[in-house]
Design a protein around this ligand. Structure first.
Ligand code: ZN
Length: 173
């Protein structure tokens, strides 16, 4: 999944419930486990450089996550700075842009959708959205806040998506 330039959005989101003590990868796994489908055998938070060389393909420099399959094993590599860190900061009660957290959660579940056989990019992005909303609800978001997040993910953020990643109104959550 590519990095998206966060459009300036006003999301009046509160901080998630009580802060937890967990490692960044532990929190990312929590987000991933909260959505439907099987888990990859391994989830790792890596540097941008490691991500680029991760599966031997030449990925674009704005890549922030990748799901790699080797036989029946799936490994998900996530950009430490752009994906793992924002979610970790959020869950540990530190200051972070809500749009960055939501974008990061969406990347985590986009890669999980790939692990579960969704190959088309926009479909993986679409498949990720219900899981993001459910997780935020578990973390205490109100119906009104969830509606704002849904609109952000399906409409606002879609303006920044390019090519195969763009939902173009095809995603009905
Ligand atoms: Zn993808």
């Amino acid at each position: 999944m590519k990095r998206l330039t966060a459009t300036a959005v006003v999301l009046t989101l509160l901080c998630a419930g009580p802060a937890v003590a967990a490692s960044p990868v532990g929190i990312v796994r929590e987000v991933m486990a909260g959505a439907t489908g099987k888990m990859p055998q391994s989830v790792r938070c890596v540097t941008g450089q490691e991500l680029l060389i991760g599966d031997g393909r030449r990925l674009q420099s704005e890549t922030v996550g990748v799901a790699i399959r080797t036989g029946s094993r799936h490994i998900v590599l996530l950009d430490w700075k752009r994906v793992c860190n924002p979610i970790h900061r959020f869950r540990t009660g530190r200051r972070v842009q809500p749009a960055d957290v939501i974008g990061a959660m969406s990347t985590v579940l986009h890669e999980k959708a790939h692990v579960n056989g969704v190959r088309i990019e926009w479909q993986a992005t679409c498949a990720a959205i219900p899981g993001v909303l459910r997780q935020l609800r578990r973390w205490g978001y109100t119906a009104r806040q969830l509606a704002a997040v849904k609109s952000y993910l399906t409409v606002v953020l879609d303006k920044a998506r390019t090519g195969d990643y763009k939902l173009r109104g095809r995603c009905h959550v």
